[in-house]
Design a protein around this ligand. Structure first.
Ligand SMILES: *Cc1c(COP(=O)(O)O)cnc(C)c1O
Length: 424
């Protein structure tokens, strides 16, 4: 496969864009290849600037649950564009989207639209702090909640409760209120609550972790978080930026039947356009300005084009609930092939249309086991697939996403190539 034009563009990009990309994982840094510059996409395929067509399992990191350029979404967006791109004033579309969100995710009775998942999480945490009048939050190692200062943290080496910035440019003061627990480890959460019973505003969690590769919550883990937060007067925030509308129309909270106090959304809710949302009970959301003392705003919040793409995407998902069965069938096919061929030498985690192949013989249940994966092996696997027209995440620690547009034929082809790779 030729990569001539992609290579030229990457060189040009590096002259004016840090690392040549506008989001780091796109640089293919951990897989040692040149990023493919994409020219177009349709259904389950993306085509790069050299004309290579690839079956896409990144799906823009989650939004593409219907596949690329779904005709109904494109038609509505084109129509919406002709009415103007932004007004900075309320529109009917925002009302419709808020109603749809509340209908599909009943715990989000009241919600605010923002422009990204990062912003949604940042705002939800501000609301949780404003509502509880407490400063500290608990997050889990390996869960990603966007790149805001207080959430780019890693566990410090000393005491359990100390976290340190996980990026340069973040003052230690900004992360001091973020406590870190271990995913699927109830004790680690309990210890933090025991140490700071009156200071924790919220526990934030990806109900299915999908940013250290896919890691499922063990039986009872989410129930435990629901109970302990209620017991200590803290809020439970589900970051459903990936799982929202992906695991079920009502997201992970419908799938696992657990109601969080606040939920954050992004990715699918914008149908491919920039958007984020956060919401919960009226009583909590009434903290938000102009009703309450928690300030949060946005010039392009509730943008009419983003809301149009989001509304149409959610409508399609709500109309055709068989979609979730179809999605899971496809993911299972891939997971089964890998498990059958590779046996214990890899760990496959799959739920709904999300899956990860970890090159480790450990069972991956948290960050520690996720990072036991062989990254060189992943890079080799990635290159093998890319050279055969299959585009998976250029990092071991990202999910493989299925869309409704993935055809039987393309799944079959993918399974054949995976089998070929794993047998060699
Ligand atoms: C992608 C993601 C975010 C951040 O969303 P952006 O739109 O990239 O800012 C937050 N939380 C989770 C769980 C995500 O996967």
């Amino acid at each position: 496969m030729e990569e001539i034009r992609s290579k030229e563009l990457f060189e040009a990009a590096k002259r004016h864009i840090p690392g040549g990309v506008n989001s780091p994982v796109r640089a293919f840094g951990s897989v040692g290849r040149t990023p493919r510059f994409i020219a177009s996409a349709s259904g389950d395929k993306i085509t790069d600037v050299d004309g290579n067509e690839m079956i896409d399992y990144v799906c823009s990191w989650g939004p593409g649950i219907l596949g690329h350029a779904h005709p109904r979404v494109i038609e509505k967006v084109q129509e919406a564009c002709s009415y103007g791109l932004t007004y900075g004033a309320p529109t009917e579309k925002e009302v419709i989207l808020a109603e749809l969100i509340a209908e599909l995710i009943p715990s989000m009775k009241v919600s605010r639209l923002v422009s990204s998942g990062t912003e949604a999480v940042m705002s939800a945490i501000r609301v949780a702090r404003g509502y509880t009048k407490r400063d500290k939050i608990i997050k889990f190692e390996g869960c990603y909640h966007g790149h805001s200062d207080g959430l780019l943290v890693k566990a410090g080496s000393a005491a359990l409760t100390v976290s340190v910035p996980d990026s340069a440019g973040i003052p230690a003061d900004y992360t001091g209120n973020t406590l870190i627990a271990s995913y699927n480890d109830k004790d680690s959460v309990e210890k933090l609550f025991l140490a700071e019973p009156d200071s924790i505003a919220a526990v934030i969690v990806e109900p299915v972790a999908a940013n250290m590769g896919v890691v499922l919550p063990e039986n009872g883990f989410l129930e435990f978080l629901r109970e302990i937060t209620a017991q200590y007067g803290a809020l439970l925030i589900f970051d459903e930026v990936i799982t929202g509308f992906r695991l079920a129309p009502g997201g992970a909270q419908e799938y696992f039947q657990i109601e969080p106090d606040l939920t954050t959304l992004g990715k699918i809710v914008g149908g491919g356009m920039p958007i984020g949302a956060y919401g919960g009970k009226r009583e909590i959301m009434e903290m938000v300005s102009p009703l309450g003392p928690v300030y949060q705003a946005g010039t392009l919040s509730g943008n009419p084009i983003s809301t149009t793409a989001g509304i149409e995407t959610l409508k399609i998902l709500a109309e055709d609930q068989d979609i979730y069965r179809r999605l899971e069938d496809k993911a299972k096919k891939i997971a089964d092939v890998v498990r059958n061929v590779a046996g214990e030498s890899v760990c496959v985690n799959q739920i709904g249309s999300l899956l990860s192949i970890f090159f480790t013989s450990e069972k991956v249940t948290d960050y520690k086991s996720a990072v036991s994966s062989d990254k060189d092996r992943y890079a080799e696997y990635f290159g093998y697939l890319l050279d055969r027209g299959i585009y998976v995440a250029p990092s071991q620690f990202e999910a493989m996403f299925l869309s409704d547009a993935h055809t039987e034929e393309d799944i079959k082809y993918t399974c054949r190539i995976l089998e070929e790779y794993l047998r060699q």
